[in-house]
Every structure is written in C-alpha cells, then in structure tokens.
Design a protein around this ligand. Structure first.
Ligand code: NCD
Ligand code: ZN
Ligand code: ZN
Ligand code: ZN
Length: 421
C-alpha cells in the first residue's frame, strides 16, 4: 500500500481497530494489519469519514470581503469537512455555464477541500447545459441574500421539468414569499414572526404539488411542524443546520442570530433533534453564510441574514456524541454518508473504492469555540462559548492536510462531480 492509516475506524456502521490501505487517494483495502510505504498510526483515536457540507456560501466571486474559497475551505478542513457544495447566490450568480466554469477555476486555484457547485434555477436557466457540471440545482422560493428569488413555481415550470429529466437534485430554500410578513424587526422573535412556520409549510406543500417529478431536497428545515409534511412527498430528502438544532430565539445573539429561515423556539429545536435521530432529516449541513461583523452591527432590520458554520458543524455534533446525546452513527450518517449518497459523490464512507478523506478524532478532547480563532474571514461565531470536538488531523485523498489546526499539506481541492467511474 502507498499509505496506511491505523486507528479505531468507523467501518460498516461500527468502530473497529484496523488499518485502512490507500492507493492513488482511494481506499483500496481494510484489514487488521497492512504494510505501507507511509504509515500513520493514530492508536486508539477515532478515524471517521471526512464530512461533506452540502450547503455553504463561500462568496467567491463577488463578495470576497466576507469570505473566499481559500479562507472558506481552510475553515472547512479545520472542522473535518473535506468536501463542500457551494451555493449559486454569488456575484455573478451561478446560473450560466460560463459563470459555473469561472467559479470552478477559482475553486481549483484556492480550495483546500474538494467541492461541488450548485447552479441556480431562474426563468430561462439553460438546465441541460448546466446539468453535466453542477452538483445539483438550487431554487430560492423566498428572498434571502442574493437576487435569485422565484416567487411562483409556475414561472419555472419548464426549468423544473428539465431538472427532473436531468436526474440531479433540486435543493430548495422553502419559504413562501407570499406569506412573509413585513413588520419592522428589532429582535430574533420579530424575525421569527415575519417568517412563520406556515411560510415553510406552505412552500413545502407547493413543491409537493408542482415539483414532485424532481428529486427534491429541502434545505435548512427550521420548524418541527414541517416534518410530517416532508414524509408525505415521495423521494424527498431534507437537511437541518446546527443552528436550528442548537440555537433558538432565547439565545442572546441579536443580529448574529438573524438567519433565514429564522431561529425558532426550543420545542422546534427539540423536534428537529428528534427528527435527525429518527432519520426523518437526512443530512446536517451548515448553511455557512458569512457576513462581516461590521455588516452585522447594522440595526436589526438592516443587518444581513446568515451566519458562518462550516468549521463548527462536526465539532458541535461530536460534542453531543461525547455527552451521549447522539450516537456516532447518527453523526456519520448525517454529515458523511447521506450527503455523499444524495449528491452522488464517491465520498463519505470508509470502504474500498471511496476517496480516502478521513478525520482523526480524540472524543475526550473538547475545546471552547472562539470566533476569533476560527478560519472564516468573518471571524465570529454564533456558537461562541459552546464546546466542540475539533479533529486532530484531516486527510484529503490520502494526504494529511491539517494537523492540530495547522496547514501541513498542499492545496489540491478539485471538483468531485463526474468522478464516479
Ligand atoms: C444565506 C446567505 O447569506 O447567503 N442566508 C441565510 O440567512 N441563510 C442565504 C440562504 O441560505 O438563504
Ligand atoms: Zn436558504
Ligand atoms: Zn444558504
Ligand atoms: Zn461540554
């Protein structure tokens, strides 16, 4: 073997002391003992698959004062995320093949992690040309950062048919723009009232009627009452963010907690947590949406929505494993296996044939989250002061890229779309 990683590895749904053999960046063999040209022995530390964050906004191109593919991917890999799927609400928006290819060139130059790029759906989007190179399609049913709003599904009937024919996933920001209230906002409670749980429920119902031919994926589910609606639509998958699981309107966050869909109350949070355990929510994704502190210091009404989260997602979830609120299996399923399956990339499992993306974890070593120590350009966190279990080392395709928060490997992120063979 070229490379052998030894440790307490998460293989076929359980932990076992074994060796992972790697050739050409892929896992080729798993056995009790293996010889290798290069051997990393992590002893009793856990070795889990690299996480896939299926929802990030790295702001590149066009808003690189907030983030870029270099800083965003550094944050990702320091948090055990070895693959990210970037959203299309950049400047220019990723709605044409040339914009998609420009973004791909940027990411190939700057990214430390592998990536996929979403294409945005608007009236007139040429779905067929984009479908070979995009990881999936994204539809915004309510206004949020960027100008990709589609207010009625009838406006994009032809485009949705083409998405269905392409076989790619249609990821949706599901809030019903027509049900949004527009009262002045001064607090997280006000923001929640303006974008009620009914907004989310109504959008999900409309999708079930008018887009059911697509492989639907509901992004950032925020209300517990949405869970029974999701179950009614066949072949649908759903996502939840760490902030909707762990924060609510009682968290004293002010504008830092202003996000779409909004943070809600404790019982929603608990309902979502149960939904994740039950597998009603398929994946956890961060919706990493950085804005500068200066922008967040605007008055509540004017402050932009969104918060960073790619670096803290896996550490926060692992802390819940440490505290025995979650099984390791639930975390690996939601952050690694299911996103890989849903979007069809060769990642997210420690098994022969998969990319050798691995995180090394000491589950007893939690640390306190400090925004200023994280790697996102925005340098703040709504999870400030909470505990996280950060990975000791992270490998991308068989190479150690970070160790103890330091960059030790090279920048070799590449597009993971179309590499299935
Ligand atoms: C996101 C952003 O800033 O790009 N904001 C947010 O509040 N979540 C956009 C989005 O995912 O809706
Ligand atoms: Zn969204
Ligand atoms: Zn988003
Ligand atoms: Zn703790």
């Amino acid at each position: 073997m070229e490379v052998v990683v030894e440790g307490n590895c998460y293989v076929s749904g359980r932990l076992e002391r074994c060796c992972v053999g790697i050739e050409n960046g892929r896992i080729s063999k798993i056995a009790k003992t293996l010889d290798g040209d290069k051997v990393y022995n992590f002893g009793s530390k856990l070795v889990i698959p690299g996480a896939i964050d299926a929802h990030v906004h790295f702001r590149d191109p066009g808003m690189t004062n907030k983030e870029d593919f270099g800083t965003g991917s550094m944050a990702a890999i320091c948090g055990g995320v070895t693959c990210v799927f970037d959203m299309p609400n950049t400047r220019p928006p990723t709605t044409t093949l040339s914009a998609l290819r420009d973004k791909k060139r940027i990411a190939e130059c700057k990214s430390l992690v592998d990536f996929g790029l979403f294409a945005g759906v608007r009236p007139g989007t040429d779905i067929a040309s984009l479908s070979k190179e995009a990881v999936g399609f994204k539809l915004y049913m309510a206004s949020t950062t960027g100008g990709l709003l589609v207010t009625s599904l009838d406006q994009v009937r032809a485009e949705l048919q083409a998405v269905a024919a392409s076989g790619k996933v249609l990821a949706v920001h599901a809030e019903d723009e027509s049900l949004r209230a527009r009262e002045a906002e001064e607090s997280l409670e006000d923001h929640m009232r303006n974008r009620s749980a009914d907004c989310e429920a109504s959008a999900i119902r409309k999708l079930g009627e008018k887009a059911k031919a697509c492989r639907l994926h509901i992004c950032h589910v925020s209300a517990k009452n949405s869970l029974p609606l999701l179950a009614k639509i066949p072949n649908l998958t759903a996502e939840v963010t760490p902030h909707h699981l762990l924060l609510d309107t009682a968290s004293r966050l002010g504008t830092l907690g202003k996000v779409n869909p909004p943070l809600r109350r404790r019982d929603d949070r608990q309902g979502l947590f149960q939904g994740l355990k039950d597998g009603k929510l398929d994946i956890v994704a961060s919706d990493h949406a950085p804005h500068t502190l200066e922008e967040k210091e605007e008055s509540f009404d004017y402050a932009p929505t969104g918060m960073p989260g790619v670096e803290t997602m896996l550490p926060l979830m692992l802390h819940h494993v440490k505290e025995r609120h979650l099984d390791l299996g639930t975390v690996v399923r939601g952050l690694c296996e299911r996103p890989g399956e849903i979007y069809g990339v060769n990642k997210g499992r420690i098994a022969p044939g998969y990319d050798a993306d691995l995180s090394v974890i000491d589950i007893s070593a939690a640390s306190v989250i400090k925004g200023s120590k994280l790697h996102s350009k925005c340098a703040w966190s709504a999870f400030e002061g909470m505990h996280g279990v950060f990975p000791k080392a992270v490998l991308l395709r068989g190479e150690v890229i970070v160790e103890d928060g330091y960059l030790v490997g090279e920048r070799k992120g590449r597009d993971s779309v179309g590499r299935q063979e």
